[in-house]
Design a protein around this ligand. Structure first.
Ligand code: SF4
Length: 272
């Protein structure tokens, strides 16, 4: 793992995400090393030669880059994080998020924090100071054995679920981002049933295949689940209505259970 401290030029940047005005990414790279990670494309922009998951730049001046007084972000949505995980293992040492959150409180943005780590509970004391704050985890698996295969260094499933419980207990609005939904592995109904008592919103996103992540997913299927490779190829590389059907099932289920939910499905081929 190549770890480097860097000084960033800016920290709050315009967002390309749906439902978000700005994003904060305290790190470049991610130690969680998920095999399907879409953020791999970051390698192109940062001149890193190391494989994804094997480098990390730490923006040690992140909190200093947040302006002291401005109305610019008041009630504007800021998402943390989009191409890294703000609560990955190095955060235990560097505590960038403590500084970032402390300096964001006076600006009162509409904050959204998403992670695959239970370390987020460390910052509940700070999160409680935001009038508008949603915090949650991405969770697409209930089988710890498969989780270890695809998200080797992220927090275990139970710890993530407990983190959401703690957040809700502290009065913070919570969500579970069921993403990326993996054909044959994601039991979305099971996730809802297990967590709906302490989750305010469910968001769903299907696995998005890109040129950067497909080789890794394919290798995983070939080595661990060869019987499923053909199915994935059929879903992603032929005309298939697999995701249309799942989308309809999710919508019907969530409506019948009166759940707050959003579906962010990619139906177009995005192999680029
Ligand atoms: S936690 Fe998120 S950013 Fe980090 S490797 Fe996994 S998918 Fe990528």
């Amino acid at each position: 793992m190549k770890i480097k401290e860097i000084k960033a030029k800016s920290i709050i940047t315009k967002s390309g995400l749906p439902d978000s005005d700005f994003v904060i990414n305290p790190y470049v790279g991610c130690m969680h090393g998920c095999i399907y990670c879409y953020a791999r494309f970051m390698k192109r922009f940062t001149n890193h030669k190391e494989p994804w998951g094997k480098f990390l730049d730490i923006k040690i001046n992140a909190s200093d880059l947040i302006p002291e007084k401005t109305e610019k972000y008041k009630n504007k949505s800021i998402t943390i994080a989009s191409v890294t995980d703000a609560y990955q293992p190095m955060e235990r040492k560097y505590k960038l998020m403590r500084g970032i959150l402390t300096n964001l409180i006076p600006l009162q943005p509409d904050l959204c924090i998403m992670t695959k780590s239970d370390l987020i509970v460390r910052d509940i004391d700070l999160l409680k100071n935001f009038k508008k704050c949603m915090a949650g985890v991405s969770l697409a698996l209930l089988d710890e054995h498969i989780r270890k295969e695809v998200e080797p260094f992220a927090s275990p499933i139970d710890k993530r679920i407990n983190a959401v419980k703690e957040l809700q207990k502290a009065g913070i609005r919570t969500f579970i981002f069921v993403s990326p939904m993996l054909p044959e592995f994601t039991d979305w109904e099971g996730i809802i049933n297990k967590t709906k008592d302490f989750v305010n919103e469910f968001w769903f996103e299907n696995l998005n295949i890109r040129a950067t992540n497909w080789p890794h997913i394919k290798r995983w299927l070939e080595t661990k689940h060869p019987d499923l490779l053909e199915k994935y190829e059929r879903i992603y590389f032929t005309k298939s209505d697999y995701w249309n059907k799942i989308e309809q099932e999710i919508k019907s289920f969530c409506i019948s259970k009166k759940l707050n939910f959003s579906v962010y499905f990619h139906h177009q081929k995005s192999y680029s």
